[in-house]
Write a protein of this length. Structure first.
Length: 255
């Protein structure tokens, strides 16, 4: 796991405060695909529990795994009793039981691609399903987005996380669906988009940026400078495009 993947613990409280949660519509999408009740689920890279609360809040017993101790400590403050917490990276998980559902919320791109899908299949019961969901948070106004791009340019060319397998953004099937389609372990790969718009203050938007890995990699002094530059070009409130892209797939064979 890269250092960038483990950078979020430094800002665990900000991550909890500024990152948006997940809507009920996402839960309904996953359960419709499942086609039968799901009683237990395993979460990969739970962070502070944004998605954990969605699934546990609807009665599923969730085992939430997270490699960063600071993130796990923050998660512990916010999740209900039907959540088991495990400090572990995905690559270190050893199947002791299988699950009807394994899911990852804005976390799968931090996992090691080597053996990713055979490992996932080993965690699922026959016919079990995998779900991955997330997406970039982008300013909805192109003019404001361009102003922010120019403000951060001396420090960062981009704050995006590139597609792990190089799938271009114009392709119909995005990652990880593109990898799942090539995997021998999974079938019935589906991609869905839940459109979402959020309105937040300029300061909260900068707070959100302070939880993005590209900014966290900058030296502390550079972070403060770039946040100040961005804040100065923002209107008092901003609209953020926060669409959620979900990928769903079903395990088809023994690992």
């Amino acid at each position: 796991m890269s250092a960038r993947a483990l950078s979020f613990g430094l800002v665990a409280e900000a991550y909890e405060r500024f990152r948006p949660g997940y809507p009920e519509e996402l839960f309904d999408l996953v359960m419709t695909y499942a086609g039968q009740p799901v009683r237990s689920a395993l979460e990969i890279g739970a962070g502070t529990g944004k998605a954990t609360r969605l699934f546990a809040g609807r009665g599923i017993t969730v085992t939430a795994t997270e490699p960063d101790g600071a993130m796990l400590a923050e998660l512990r403050k916010h999740v209900p009793a039907n959540v088991d917490l495990v400090q572990a990276a995905y690559e270190d998980l050893r199947p002791v039981s299988s699950y009807r559902l394994v899911y990852a919320a804005a976390a799968l791109h931090w996992t090691n691609p080597q053996g990713r899908w055979s490992r996932m299949a080993a965690l699922l019961e026959p016919g079990g399903m995998f779900a991955s969901f997330g997406g970039p948070l982008q300013l909805a106004d192109p003019a404001v987005e361009e102003a922010v791009r120019a403000a951060r340019a001396p420090f960062l060319d981009s704050d995006d996380v590139p597609s792990p397998d190089g799938t271009p953004p114009e392709h119909d099937m995005q990652w990880p669906g593109s990898e799942l389609q090539r995997s021998e372990w999974f079938a019935d790969v589906q991609q869905s988009v839940i459109e979402r718009r959020l309105t937040m203050s300029a300061r909260d938007y900068v707070g959100l940026l302070s939880t993005v890995s590209a900014y966290l990699e900058l030296p502390a002094a550079a972070q403060e400078r770039v946040y100040g530059r961005i804040l100065r070009v923002l209107p008092e409130t901003v609209e953020v495009a926060a669409d959620i892209t979900a990928h769903l797939a079903r395990r088809t064979r023994e690992p």
